[in-house]
Design a protein around this ligand. Structure first.
Ligand SMILES: C[S@@+](CC[C@H](N)C(=O)[O-])C[C@H]1O[C@@H](n2cnc3c(N)ncnc32)[C@H](O)[C@@H]1O
Length: 236
């Protein structure tokens, strides 16, 4: 896609840049919960996406996104929709769908409400704001699979940028996989920080729960992470 003169590529945080880079070149994309609209604008101005439908449930953020698109002269390749999730999006205008900065429950609800996402050629790019383990468990239970995950440490938070697609195979996943997904400590500093946090969380759960099943699951997560770190579980 040729950039028009005057289009400036907006700067994205590392988290959003990582998510935006996963959109396939030339794809029709959706940015759900677009807020400021910077990710959608980046996708167009960089030539990564051919069009973007940007949705938000609140009018004020959507207005900000509209102003940004107007200022950049990219209204012809963007559409803004005031709606919950993907409710106002047509299946043929969104091959690659980004849902970033939204909590796990809302994120999974948005996916659940759009049954047309269950096609192998579509891609989900998810950066949940909370409970990553619930998103992973939901994806596999619904027949999606993770293609990649990247940990991004930003503003004191550990995020996972998840890249997923529908494969039709529904599965229950183990607690350790729910906790880490495809992230491993050897993948770099952000991934190591992510694993360290999950280890700490599992330890806290195991030490503070009276539920033996919960303690057992937490212990499994701990053992898995320690094994990945190459540390012994002796003496725990
Ligand atoms: C924290 S901001 C995240 C913005 C951007 N995606 C990011 O990751 O930086 C969350 C945005 O999602 C919008 N939002 C929350 N729930 C939504 C829903 N169910 N459907 C669409 N937008 C939603 C909010 O209005 C807000 O603008």
């Amino acid at each position: 896609m040729q950039r028009k003169t005057g289009e400036k590529i907006p700067r994205l945080s590392r988290r959003l840049l990582c998510a935006a880079s996963l959109v396939r070149r030339g794809a029709r994309a959706a940015d759900v919960g677009c807020d400021h609209g910077k990710l959608a604008a980046w996708l167009i101005c960089s030539g990564q996406a051919s069009s973007v439908v940007a949705t938000d449930i609140n009018p004020l953020p959507l207005q900000k996104a509209q102003e940004l698109f107007r200022g950049l002269g990219i209204e012809d390749r963007t559409r803004t929709v005031l709606c919950a999730g993907l409710d106002g999006v047509l299946p043929n205008e969104a091959q690659d769908i980004v849902i970033a900065g939204i909590g796990s429950e809302v994120t999974t609800g948005i996916i659940q409400n759009a049954s047309w996402l269950k096609e192998e050629d579509r891609r989900l790019i998810l950066v949940p704001a909370s409970h990553h383990e619930r998103v992973r468990a939901f994806l596999y239970r619904q027949g999606y699979e993770l293609l990649s995950e990247q940990a991004v440490f930003e503003a004191g938070h550990c995020y996972s940028v998840m890249h997923a697609r529908f494969c039709g195979c529904t599965r229950e996943i183990f607690p350790a996989f729910a906790a880490l997904g495809l992230i491993r400590p050897q993948q770099g500093a952000d991934a190591a920080a992510y694993c360290a946090r999950e280890l700490e969380k599992a330890r806290r759960v195991r030490q503070n729960t009276n539920d033996p099943q919960k303690a057992f699951r937490a212990q499994q997560v701990e053992n898995f992470i320690l094994a990945e770190l190459g540390q012994s579980t002796d003496g725990l």
